[in-house]
Design a protein around this ligand. Structure first.
Ligand code: PMP
Length: 278
């Protein structure tokens, strides 16, 4: 494990930041989580593009070029000696006495951490997982990868307490958007569907690469909203994220979905996702 903080490198125990950091006080910041496979950053450009889009959306001028961020991350990764890693990159607005109004001169704080990728249980992929639904109660800027994650945290913990792997957000009209920390797909009537990358979801990097895998397999797909009743009847359901990759879903709110077992399309897409990144 290793931490980079504003030019300093050391351990989690030694790293310190001001109590006036706006990330700490306001959740005023953005982040990325990047997967490292065999010592190589996967889709780093996609992540840095998204970091730049998030920064722009919150009126934050990133003082670092993408190349600098890549160099910082690669150096930390090499120093850590970890080959299967999870990289966390956080940029907060900066440090100043607590006041909603910030000075235009404020300097962002940057944190990068490298840790071993957390264990994922093989049972999750072999047997599938449970979801709970949650009425959408987050904000209108879900496309920003904001460190203000209270809504996501509440939803995921409700899922955890219910013995489920994820919580899926459902809008008042029944539209399914995404999960608390992942995107969601259904396979129905020979077509793969996922919500369009608008302000209601985070445009997942895994989502993008799964769509590329569908393309490469000649599997029909569309970025089109679908409703919870369609999900309940779908042939297959899975969610996607950087660390979990693709996870089959077999139960929603205690009801069996997708025939109660992981399906062949999910497995095929996962396989193609894996081979495309090599
Ligand atoms: N939606 C939300 C709300 C997320 O937090 C995440 C990832 N943490 C995702 C989707 C999936 O994004 P990615 O594939 O880039 O990890």
């Amino acid at each position: 494990e290793l931490v980079y903080l504003n030019g300093w490198t050391g351990t989690f125990d030694e790293a310190t930041i001001s109590v006036n950091d706006r990330g700490f006080n306001f959740g005023d910041g953005i982040y990325e989580v990047v997967r490292v496979y065999e010592s190589r950053l996967f889709a780093m450009d996609d992540h840095l593009d998204r970091l730049e889009r998030s920064a722009k959306a919150i009126d934050l001028d990133l003082p670092w070029q993408k190349q600098e961020l890549t160099a910082i991350t690669e150096e930390l990764l090499a120093e850590s000696g970890i080959s299967e890693a999870m990289v966390y990159i956080q940029v907060s607005r900066g440090t100043a006495h607590r006041n909603h109004i910030y000075n235009e001169e404020i300097k962002p704080n940057i944190l990068v951490t490298v840790r071993s990728v957390p264990e994922r249980s093989p049972a999750m992929y072999q047997n599938g997982v449970k979801l709970i639904t949650q009425p959408e109660f987050r904000w209108q800027m879900c496309h920003v990868k904001s460190i203000s994650l209270l809504g996501n945290v509440l939803a995921k913990n409700r899922a955890h307490r219910a013995g489920a792997a994820e919580a899926v957000f459902v809008h008042p009209d029944g539209t399914v958007t995404e999960c608390s920390a992942s995107n969601i797909f259904i396979y129905s009537n020979g077509q793969l569907l996922t919500h369009p990358a608008d302000n209601k979801i985070l445009a997942g990097i895994t989502r993008k690469h799964v769509l590329a895998a569908a393309e490469s397999l000649n599997l029909p797909f569309a970025e089109k909203p679908f409703k919870i009743n369609e999900l309940m009847k779908a042939e297959e359901v899975f969610f996607t994220g950087t660390i979990v990759e693709l996870v089959p879903v077999v139960e929603v709110d205690g009801q069996s979905v997708a025939g109660g077992k992981p399906g062949p399309v999910t497995a095929k897409l996962h396989q193609e996702f894996t081979s495309l990144r090599k």
